[in-house]
Design a protein around this ligand. Structure first.
Ligand SMILES: N[C@@H](CCC(=O)N[C@@H](CS)C(=O)NCC(=O)O)C(=O)O
Length: 223
């Protein structure tokens, strides 16, 4: 039996969603973020040394890293569903977006989260103006322009095809959902980029996406 080690408000939502799309049975082990630090609880390090989510176990196998998990599950249980055929341009785009989501798009979104915290988080009053000034400057000169460049790029890509890999929905769209939801929560993604907003609307309407939300529990992405 597959067990998904699921942290609230996190990337592991994507794994539940994939399994719901495939109709593969699974169990969930739930973990709660520390409310102050937002970090995962130490119990997760008993499953994988990094103590991050998602991690799955499937028999003797323990696998972390959301892209690797989605690829493993769709190859092992997908029977050709949710992944384009090998050797096609769609398959190459599928691989590209699978890597791009965590490798290129998440870093500036994570930086935005960290610098938002620096700007608004508690700190001694005498360092506050300096810390806030630095945070605003780094966000305005580096982080936000980087995010905007990514959003423009993806908006143009979705102008050329319905889904990220091609005309069929695939696991690459599941992988891309988390950074795009994070971009809508804190990266300036709004109605000014209609293709990306329509993508989010389409995925949110999928029955499997909704079922995964019911099973996974709270999913409000950090700002
Ligand atoms: N690139 C990894 C990132 C894993 C990751 O950072 N997960 C976050 C949840 S969204 C986490 O576990 N955070 C809690 C912590 O770092 O303690 C993946 O895609 O699986």
């Amino acid at each position: 039996m597959i067990t998904v080690h699921h942290l609230n408000n996190s990337r592991s939502q994507r794994v539940l969603w994939l399994l719901e799309e495939l109709g593969v049975p699974y169990e969930i082990a739930k973990y709660e973020r520390n409310r102050k630090t937002m970090l995962a609880p130490p119990e997760l390090t008993q499953v994988h040394p990094l103590g991050k989510s998602p991690v799955i176990t499937d028999g003797d196998l323990t696998l972390a890293e959301s892209g690797a998990i989605l690829e493993y599950l769709s190859e092992r249980y997908g029977e050709g569903r949710l992944a384009p055929a090998a050797g096609t341009p769609e398959r190459l785009r599928y691989r590209y977006w699978m890597h791009y989501a965590e490798g290129s798009l998440m870093p500036p979104l994570l930086l935005k989260l960290v610098f938002n915290r620096l700007e608004t988080g508690p700190m001694p009053f005498f360092v506050r103006p300096v810390a806030r000034g630095i945070a605003r400057r780094v966000k305005g000169t580096f982080i936000e322009p980087q995010i905007a460049r990514h959003l423009d790029y993806m908006e143009a890509e979705l102008g050329q095809r319905t889904w990220f890999a091609g005309e069929s929905f695939s696991a690459a769209d599941i992988q891309m959902s988390f950074p795009l939801e994070a971009a809508a929560a804190r990266g300036g993604l709004d109605a000014g980029r209609p293709k990306l907003m329509a993508f989010l609307e389409r995925i949110h309407a999928r029955p499997a996406y909704r079922r995964a939300l019911e099973t996974g529990g709270p999913y409000a992405l950090l700002r």
